[in-house]
Design a protein around this ligand. Sequence first.
Ligand code: CA2
Length: 146
Amino acid sequence: MTGLIQIINGPNLNLLGKRQPEIYGFETLEDVEADCAALAADLGLQCAFYQSNYEGALIDCIHQARDKAAGIVINPAAYTHTSVAILDALKTFDGPVIEVHISNVHQREDFRHHSYVSLRADGVIAGCGTEGYQLALRRLATLIAD
Ligand code: CA2
């Protein structure tokens, strides 16, 4: 397996930096992708970046990662709180998985306090803004090297 990290983003994250900056900040998803690519190169890794507003497409991306990725960073967005299907897909992936939330979900509405994905994730980062993606990549670099 190569050092490829699959980064997966769920619904509405395509609007990052364009709406609700008080919650999600001013960086766009394209900015996050560029930051991740630069850090991955520093860490001797590559990353593939994906966003979809469709649950099935996110599941297909996880399935494809099974054959090509050493680790997954996933921000499932609202599907975090609803999707047993995404949890089941992640359970078919053998490598480490880090769950990222830009906002501190625990400071927000009660329905954001539960994550199905956390039942599979090896680590969870929340409330660190878009820097959370960088933290997740660093953690995966450690886990993959172990
Ligand atoms: O904090 C996070 O990263 C979330 O995963 C974001 C989800 C939310 O449903 C989760 O509870 C926490 C929402 C993503 C929506 O993204 C937007 C970005 C900019 C403008 C509007 C929505």
